[in-house]
Design a protein. Structure first.
Ligand code: SF4
Length: 252
């Protein structure tokens, strides 16, 4: 299957296969140290930013790919205002959906994708509702979601973590991924998708949904506020002592 820009590559087989080797104790300690330092800076526990049901969270997540939060939030509200429920969105003409979400990146791709995802859920589940995922393990729920074209590791984890399901899943976005790579939690060649199971395995298996959410949020916030894509502010970073990239930059 070809990959559309702005969408994660779907692969249920890959979702099942992604068992990383057990992390070393040193790497686990480092992941915890990073978590504690960043939680001190960004004040864990971090309040949840959404209280959407899981299907709404999924649509919100599909809209948000490569799109600013404000624009995807506006598009989500526009969809909710234009149609009374997701059944009506599924039945709506694609071009009307595209016009309604025109503020996001690639509305011409996201409109048919949203309809296809809704239809796939109805086909597999018999109705447009994802609340049943709460009865599954995190791994099974993610595998179920990732069997749908267009849903990858980041989206499946976001649905479980950010929605009212509040399940212990760890999403990794581009900011989170950048900080993890620069601090050496993951290798330079590890992409966002494959980084999910690696980063999750470095954290305690019994961590709560809130603790994993905090971990994602603080690494993401650090990427947005300090570890910028261009010119990271290493001189004021609480992770400098732990970060080979920052130490190399400071010696230049
Ligand atoms: S020391 Fe620099 S490169 Fe390392 S995490 Fe901090 S800001 Fe990013």
């Amino acid at each position: 299957m070809s990959m559309l820009p702005g969408f994660e590559t779907p692969s249920p087989r890959r979702a099942r296969r992604a068992e990383p080797p057990a992390p070393s104790e040193a790497l686990r300690d480092k992941a915890l140290d990073i978590h504690r330092r960043l939680c001190g800076v960004y004040h864990c526990p971090i309040p949840y930013f959404h209280s959407l049901d899981p299907l709404s969270e999924l649509i919100s997540s599909l809209l948000s790919h490569r799109t600013r939060n404000a624009d995807s939030g506006r598009a989500f509200k526009a969809l909710r205002a234009r149609w009374p429920d997701w059944e009506a969105v599924e039945a709506a003409p694609t071009e009307e959906i595209e016009a309604t979400i025109r503020g996001v990146t690639w509305p011409e791709l996201k409109a048919p994708r949203i309809k296809a995802v809704l239809s796939a859920i109805r086909e597999r589940q018999g109705s447009l509702n994802l609340d049943f995922l709460s009865d599954m393990s995190v791994e099974d729920a993610r595998t179920w979601l990732q069997a749908i074209p267009g849903i990858g590791p980041k989206t499946s984890a976001a649905v479980l973590s950010f929605s009212t399901l509040r399940m212990p899943a760890l999403p990794v976005d581009s900011h989170h991924h950048r900080v993890a790579q620069r601090t050496g939690l993951i290798g330079k060649s590890v992409d966002v998708g494959p980084s999910h199971p690696i980063l999750r395995a470095q954290l305690p298996a019994d961590w709560s949904a809130q603790a994993l959410y905090d971990n994602h949020e603080v690494l993401m916030l650090h990427g947005q506020k300090v570890c910028f894509h261009h010119k990271p502010a290493c001189d004021r970073c609480v992770l400098l002592e732990l970060c080979p990239t920052g130490q190399a930059r400071m010696q230049r």
